[in-house]
Design a protein around this ligand. Structure first.
Ligand SMILES: *[C@@H]1O[C@H](CO)[C@@H](O)[C@H](O)[C@H]1NC(C)=O
Ligand SMILES: *[C@@H]1O[C@H](CO)[C@@H](O)[C@H](O)[C@H]1NC(C)=O
Ligand SMILES: *[C@@H]1O[C@H](CO)[C@@H](O)[C@H](O)[C@H]1NC(C)=O
Ligand SMILES: *[C@@H]1O[C@H](CO)[C@@H](O)[C@H](O)[C@H]1NC(C)=O
Ligand SMILES: *[C@@H]1O[C@H](CO)[C@@H](O)[C@H](O)[C@H]1NC(C)=O
Ligand SMILES: *[C@@H]1O[C@H](CO)[C@@H](O)[C@H](O)[C@H]1NC(C)=O
Ligand SMILES: *[C@@H]1O[C@H](CO)[C@@H](O)[C@H](O)[C@H]1NC(C)=O
Ligand SMILES: *[C@@H]1O[C@H](CO)[C@@H](O)[C@H](O)[C@H]1NC(C)=O
Ligand SMILES: [Fe+2]
Length: 688
C-alpha cells in the first residue's frame, strides 16, 4: 500500500482531463468508445473438459451491469446468454470481465459476442476434447513473450541484450498467427507482456521518461498493447497462462539506473502493481474447478492429456518471487505442493495417459547459476518424478533447449524411447524487449540440444496414447528446426476417435513429416547419418556426450530414431521401429549404425478457417451507458508512507515530469509495426 493521496489526486485528475487516454507520447490502444469490448481471450473452464469455457475481455470504462455474452452454435442465432463478473484494481486503466459458459459440448465450435456490442465482433472457439478422446491434436507453447513493436521487441533491444529483430523479421506473435490452423490452444507459462520493463525502457531511452506516477500509465499501456496484439489468437484459442517473475510487480523486483546511480526496488511499485495483481485480475484459469489457486496453480484435461500448471514464483520454500518482490503467498505453507501431489495422484491414466506440466523457471538449463532454479527443483522434482509426469515445459531463459528425460540429474537410459523420467523442454525464446539469451555452455549430460539466438515457440502433437511429438518453430519463417517424438510403451484401450467434429483448426495438418506450408507429400527416404542434429545459423548444438564407460547406458541420442536432421526437418519417427527398438536391448555400437528410415506421408487436406481479425468500426455500444472513467478502487487506496520515499529522482509526489526528455518512438520498422496492424486493425487508427 504505497499510495499517497497526492498520487491519487494526480491519477484522478489525469483521468479526468484526458479521459482514458494514457500519458503523452505513449499510446494506449484505447477505442473511442470506452465501453467497446477489447482484449478478448478464452480459456478452458469447468471440472470436466469440454463442457465449460471462460470468456474474458476488457473495457476502458466501467459497465453499468453484469458483463453478458450471447453465444451459440449458429453465428447468426446466438440464442443463449450468460453473465459473469467484472473486476479492476488500483492503477488499472481497464475493467476485466469474465463469463463462464456452461453446458457445452466437447470438441465443438461455439460463437460468442458481448451483449450489446457490434455484431461484427462475433468470435468463435472450440471446446476441449473430452477426457479420454483418443484423437490426435496439437497445442502450442510460447514463453517469455512480451509486447512486440514500438514498446517492446523491435529492431532495438535493451542495453547489453542481443537479438534485435532484423528489419522485416517476423516475430513470434505473427508466427503464431501464421500457423493459426496448426494448433488448438496456447500455453504461456509465464513472463507475459513484460510491462514491468517500462522503467528499464525509459532509463535506456527507448521510451520517453516519465514520472513514477505517470509510469503507471506506461505500465498499463504496455499490458493493454500486448493483450490487444494477442487478441487475433486469444479470442479464438484458449490461452492458458501461469505466473512468471515479470508478473510479480512493476519493475521485476529492481531496476538500476547506472548513469544516475539509482536503484529502484519493488518498493517503488504502487498498489495494483505488486503480488501478481494484473495477472490475477486479467485471467480466469480453471483453478477452483481443479482445487488450485487461480491463476497461480491449476490443472485441466484435454483429450488424452492431463495438463498441470505450477507456480515457480511463490508458495514453496525460498520461492524466488517471494523474497524482495512483494509477492505471495497464495496458499497456506505447503499448499501448492500438497495440491500438486494430490492432483497427480488422482489422474486417471486410462483416460489421460499423458501428464504434461508447465511452469516458468527451469532447473535443467544451460544458463548462469542465477537462472537455474534450484529451489524450484527442490520443491517440485520429487513430486513430478513420483507422479510419472511425461513432459515438463518451461521457459524463463530466453533460448531453446531440449533435454534428455532426466530425474535427479540422472539421464534416463531409455532416452525418448519409453523413459520413466520426465522429458524437459525449455523454450523461453518467444521474444521481448531484452532480446534473446545465449547458452552458458555447461557440460551437463542431460543437455540434448541447445539452440540459442533464435526466436521461436513450441508445437506439441499428441498423436495417441504412446506418441507425442515436439517441434521447435522458428518464428522468422515458421520452419520446424527441431523435432522429436517421445514414445511411451502404453497399451491404449481407448477407441480411436476418427470422427471429425466441426473443427476450426484441424490438427491433422501437423502429422509428422508434413512440413508446415511446404505442401510436402509422398515418400521420403532418409539415410540417418551420424549427423543427429544440425547447426542452424549461429545456433550452438550440444553434441551427444561420449558414453560413460563404466555404465551400460543406452545413450538417448543413439537409442532413439527420433533425432532430426533439420534440412528437411521431417520426422523420422516410426512407431513400430521405436517399439521394436524398445524391445531389443541394443548395444550402443549397434544403435549408432546408420539406419534407413522410410516414411510414407499421406496428403492431408487442411480446411483452414483462419478468422479474419475483426475490423469492425468502433461503433458505440447501444445498450450500455457510459460509465465512470478510471478504476473505482483508486479512490479507496489508502494513505500510506510518502511516495517520496521511493521516488529518488522526482523528489516530491508531484506531477512534474522530472525525467522528461525528447526521446521519440520513431524507431519502428514497418514490418514490426505490421504486428499491430495484423493484430489490432480496429485500433490501428485509434492510437492517440
Ligand atoms: C434460434 O435458436 C433457437 C434455439 O435453438 C431456436 O429456438 C430459434 O428458432 C432460432 N431462431 C432462428 C431465427 O433461427
Ligand atoms: C531519461 O532518458 C534518457 C535517454 O533519453 C536517459 O539517458 C536518462 O538517464 C533518463 N533519465 C533518468 C533519470 O532516467
Ligand atoms: C551511488 O549511491 C550510493 C548510495 O545511494 C553511494 O553510496 C555511492 O557512493 C554512489 N556512487 C556514486 C558513483 O556516486
Ligand atoms: C498477495 O495476495 C495474496 C492473496 O490475496 C495474499 O494472501 C498475500 O498476503 C499477498 N501478498 C502480499 C505481499 O501482499
Ligand atoms: C528457415 O530458416 C532456417 C534458419 O535460417 C533455415 O535453415 C530454413 O531453411 C528456413 N526455412 C525456409 C522454409 O526458408
Ligand atoms: C500429393 O499426392 C497426390 C496423390 O497421392 C497428388 O495428386 C498430389 O499432386 C501430390 N501433391 C504434391 C504437392 O506433390
Ligand atoms: C501412434 O502415433 C504414432 C505417430 O503418428 C504412430 O506411428 C503409431 O503407429 C500410433 N500408434 C497407435 C497404436 O496408433
Ligand atoms: C514403420 O517401419 C516398419 C518397418 O521398419 C514398416 O513396416 C512400417 O510400415 C512403418 N510404419 C510407418 C507408419 O511408416
Ligand atoms: Fe522469467
Amino acid at each position: 500500500m504505497r499510495f499517497s493521496t497526492s498520487v491519487v489526486a494526480v491519477l484522478t485528475s489525469a483521468l479526468a482531463i484526458n479521459g482514458v487516454l494514457a500519458i503523452p507520447q505513449v499510446k494506449n490502444p484505447v477505442p473511442q468508445n470506452i465501453l467497446e469490448p477489447v482484449q478478448f481471450r478464452v480459456a478452458f473452464a469447468g471440472a470436466e473438459a469440454g463442457k465449460s469455457a471462460a470468456v474474458s475481455w476488457n473495457t476502458y470504462g466501467e459497465l453499468s451491469g453484469a458483463p453478458t455474452l450471447r453465444y451459440g452454435l449458429d453465428p447468426d442465432n446466438l440464442s443463449k446468454s450468460a453473465s459473469g463478473e467484472s473486476n479492476t484494481y488500483a492503477t488499472s486503466t481497464t475493467w476485466n470481465h469474465h463469463v463462464v459458459l456452461e453446458g457445452l459440448e466437447p470438441g465443438t465450435v461455439y460463437y460468442y459476442r458481448v451483449e450489446g456490442a457490434d455484431v461484427s465482433k462475433t468470435f468463435h472457439f472450440k471446446t476441449a476434447l473430452a477426457p479420454g478422446t483418443n484423437k490426435e491434436f496439437t497445442f502450442a507453447a510460447a514463453i517469455d513473450l512480451g509486447v512486440m513493436g514500438e514498446y517492446g521487441l523491435s529492431t532495438w533491444v535493451g542495453e547489453g541484450a542481443e537479438g534485435p529483430l532484423k528489419p522485416g523479421e517476423k516475430n513470434t506473435i505473427d508466427s503464431l498467427l501464421d500457423d493459426f490452423d496448426e494448433y488448438e490452444f496456447l500455453l504461456h507459462p509465464g513472463d507475459i507482456a513484460y510491462s514491468d520493463y517500462w522503467l528499464k525502457e525509459e532509463i535506456q531511452g527507448y521510451l520517453p521518461n516519465t514520472t513514477l506516477e505517470e509510469g503507471i500509465y506506461v505500465y498499463e499501456a504496455l499490458l493493454n498493447t500486448y493483450y490487444q496484439q494477442m487478441e487475433g489468437l486469444t479470442a479464438y484459442k484458449q490461452y492458458m497462462v501461469s505466473p512468471g517473475n515479470h508478473e510479480a510487480n512493476c519493475n521485476n523486483g529492481g531496476t538500476s539506473d547506472k548513469k544516475n546511480n539509482i536503484t529502484y526496488t519493488a518498493d517503488m511499485c504502487f498498489e495494483g502493481q505488486t503480488n501478481f495483481t494484473g495477472l490475477r485480475n486479467h485471467f480466469r484459469m480453471p483453478a477452483e474447478e481443479s482445487g488450485g489457486v487461480g491463476p497461480m496453480w491449476y490443472s485441466f484435461d484435454y483429450g488424452l492429456v492431463h495438463f498441470v500448471s505450477i507456480n515457480t514464483e511463490t508458495d514453496f520454500e525460498d520461492a524466488p518471487s517471494s523474497t524482495g518482490m512483494r509477492s505471495g503467498e497464495f496458499g497456506y505453507p505447503g499448499q501448492q505442493l500438497d495440491w500438486l501431489r494430490a492432483d497427480l495422484a488422482n489422474v486417471d491414466r486410462e483416460k489421460t495417459p499423458w501428464v504434461v506440466v508447465s511452469g516458468h523457471r527451469p532447473w535443467y538449463i544451460d544458463a548462469k547459476k542465477k537462472n537455474v532454479c534450484k529451489d524450484c527443483q527442490n520443491a517440485f522434482e520429487d513430486i513430478l518424478v513420483d507422479g510419472n509426469v511425461d513432459l515438463v515445459i518451461m521457459g524463463h531463459v530466453h533460448l531453446y533447449e531440449r533435454n534428455h528425460p532426466v530425474a535427479h540429474g540422472k539421464v534416463d537410459p531409455n532416452g525418448l524411447n519409453n523413459p520413466s523420467a520426465p522429458w524437459y523442454i525449455v523454450n523461453g525464446a518467444a521474444g521481448h524487449y531484452d532480446g534473446i539469451d545465449f547458452a552458458a555452455g555447461l557440460d551437463e549430460e542431460w543437455i540434448a540440444y541447445t539452440m540459442d539466438g533464435h526466436y521461436g515457440w513450441s508445437s506439441f502433437t499428441v498423436h495417441n496414447c504412446s506418441h507425442l511429438t515436439h517441434e521447435f518453430v522458428f518464428s522468422e519463417n515458421n520452419t520446424r528446426l527441431d523435432r522429436q517424438t517421445l514414445f511411451k510403451d502404453r497399451k491404449c484401450k481407448l477407441p480411436i476417435d476418427g470422427g471429425s467434429s466441426v473443427s476450426i483448426s484441424p490438427s491433422t495438418s501437423s502429422i509428422p513429416g508434413v512440413e508446415s506450408g511446404s505442401g510436402f507429400n509422398g515418400t521420403v527416404t532418409k539415410t540417418e547419418s551420424d549427423k543427429k542434429s544440425s547447426v542452424v545459423g549461429t545456433a550452438t548444438v550440444s553434441k551427444p556426450k561420449p558414453a560413460d564407460e563404466t555404465k551400460t547406458v543406452i545413450k538417448p541420442e543413439t537409442s532413439t530414431v527420433t533425432e532430426t536432421d533439420c534440412e528437411k526437418c521431417h520426422s523420422e519417427t516410426n512407431g513400430s521401429l521405436l517399439e521394436s527398438a524398445a524391445e531389443t536391448a541394443q548395444t550402443e555400437k549397434e544403435q549408432s549404425k546408420a539406419a534407413t528410415v522410410v516414411e510414407t506421408v499421406h496428403e492431408t487436406a487442411v480446411a483452414s478457417t483462419k478468422p479474419i481479425v475483426s475490423i469492425s468500426s468502433l461503433s458505440p455500444v447501444a445498450t450500455a451507458p457510459i460509465a465512470s472513467v478510471g478504476p473505482s478502487s483508486v479512490a479507496s487506496a489508502s494513505e500510506s508512507e510518502s511516495a517520496a520515499v521511493f521516488q529518488p529522482s522526482t523528489g516530491s509526489a508531484g506531477s512534474t515530469p522530472a525525467l522528461a526528455n525528447v526521446a521519440t518512438l520513431a524507431r519502428i520498422s514497418p514490418m514490426v509495426m505490421g504486428v499491430a496492424l495484423v493484430a489490432v486493425p480496429a485500433f490501428a487508427m485509434q492510437f492517440v
